[in-house]
Write a protein that binds this ligand. Structure first.
Ligand code: ARG
Length: 432
């Protein structure tokens, strides 16, 4: 009997090959999906075979990942808990769908992944796999056997499975959109990560450029189409994938892109998470800033709620939940005029947007200026302000009178009212 295993070449999935073979007696077909992790795919295939895979698939899904997963994330300003650009969360459903494809080709409905029972990835794999192949049986050996990393490393040693020195120190997951570093010393939330945790972002102060760097990002309908001279559709010379890789390299060189925060996992655990996501952070920030130029305040406020919901769904493994598609329709509608240019300035790890422009800009210098040439009629403001504050002013008047004659012995008036009471406001003195 065959099993299709999502295989990354890392510790968990390597242990899983052998385990599926010896404990379950399966013929293991391994599936490695290239989502821009930058690993040596040939070496991964060889490793799978050495450990015992009967067949191996390498699937290049970089374009698909960039186009169908990363671009929607940019339009949604997808940041879970305001911080995490969802790199791993976005790639999991794509990987799961490719494993399902392979299983169909191989005539099996037994699927496997290397996730532990403590993380979010099991949620993403299980739900996507079941949604696409309802009849499937899912085996997750690390979760099923309740294995810890130490036990896995020991198992690998006994079984002659190669474990990299980095894998002994950290658990890494990376793709085009970001790199997640977990485990080891990083689990001490009160301790700064060691420099060796970082690969994409320059953390050595001596190596950071002395001059500021600039990234010019051009957006069309909410997605980046060019960053500096690298175009998403560069007539075969460059692609959306290369454009994002370019942004990762450049922002990372300026020390930009590290995230270090406490994250709430789906399974209830709070975890300390460290990421490198130079392209994601700069592109999303630029996109947000462009939206602020071209969308109305009403659109912006409502979209923020949608973004939070979108990020939560994606984070928690519900990529295939119909609500996500509904939200994407709304988001796409908002992106109709999100076209223009944004400049991001980067300097020694810090970055900010310093310029933005669009044909659809709602920013009107004539209205905003404090200098001569203003087209804004200030005389209209007086009446507006009165109406805008009407209820707040009335509420304050009513409440200060009401609490006044019969002050409750139990209530402690708000300091604001205490002050008014002491002074005897509104013509009524403290003692009536
Ligand atoms: N906390 C992140 C997430 O849930 C990163 C997960 C990284 N996975 C890993 N196997 N190291 O998306």
């Amino acid at each position: 009997m065959r099993v299709a295993l999502a295989y990354s070449g890392g510790l968990d999935t390597s242990v899983a090959i052998r385990w599926l073979q010896v404990k379950y007696g399966y013929d293991v077909v391994t599936v490695t999906v290239d989502v821009g992790q930058g690993d040596d795919l040939k070496a991964i295939e060889e490793k799978a075979k050495v450990i015992g895979a009967v067949k191996h698939y390498t699937i290049d899904a970089r374009e698909e990942f960039a186009r169908d997963y990363v671009m929607p994330c940019i339009k949604a300003n997808g940041l879970y808990e305001g911080k995490y650009p969802l790199a791993t969360a976005l790639a999991r459903p794509l990987i799961a769908s490719k494993v399902v494809d392979v299983a169909r080709k191989e005539g099996t409905d037994v699927l496997a992944h290397g996730c532990t029972g403590k993380g979010n990835d099991q949620v993403r794999f299980d739900i996507t796999m079941r949604a696409l192949m309802p009849s499937c049986t899912i085996i997750a050996p690390i979760r099923d056997m309740n294995m810890t990393r130490d036990v896995e490393i020991e198992f690998a040693r006994r079984e002659g499975i190669e474990v990299s020195s980095e894998a002994k120190r950290y658990s890494i997951d990376q793709n085009l959109w970001g790199r997640a570093i977990e485990g080891g010393d990083l689990e001490s939330a009160d301790r700064e990560p060691d420099a060796d945790a970082f690969r994409w972002v320059n953390v050595d102060p001596k190596l950071l450029p002395d001059d500021a760097g600039y990234m010019h990002i051009e957006f069309d309908h909410g997605v980046p189409v060019a960053i500096d001279d690298v175009r998403a559709d560069g007539d075969g010379r460059s692609s959306i994938v290369e454009m994002i890789e370019y942004a990762n390299e450049k922002a990372g060189r300026y020390g930009v892109g590290i995230i270090d925060h406490i994250e709430d996992r789906v399974v209830g655990i709070k975890s300390r998470e460290v990421y490198e996501a130079p392209a994601a952070l700069t592109i999303i920030e630029a996109h947000k800033e462009l939206e602020k130029l071209v969308l109305t305040s009403h659109q912006l406020r409502f979209k923020q709620m949608v973004e939070q919901q979108w990020s939560m769904l994606v984070y928690s493994g519900l990529w295939l939940e119909p609500l996500r598609a509904d939200l994407d329709r709304f988001i796409d509608s908002t992106q109709e005029y999100v076209s223009g240019k944004v400049t991001v300035k980067m300097y020694k790890g810090a970055f900010r947007v310093v310029a933005r422009s669009s044909t659809y800009s709602l920013y009107d210098e004539g209205l905003a200026t404090y200098s001569k040439g203003s087209t804004f009629d200030q005389s209209l403001a007086r009446g507006f302000v009165e109406l805008w504050g009407l209820q707040s002013i009335v509420a304050n008047r009513v409440r200060s009178i009401q609490i006044h004659p019969h002050p409750s012995p139990h209530s402690n008036p708000h300091p604001y009212h205490q002050d008014r009471l002491a002074k005897g406001v509104d013509g009524v003195s403290m003692h009536g």
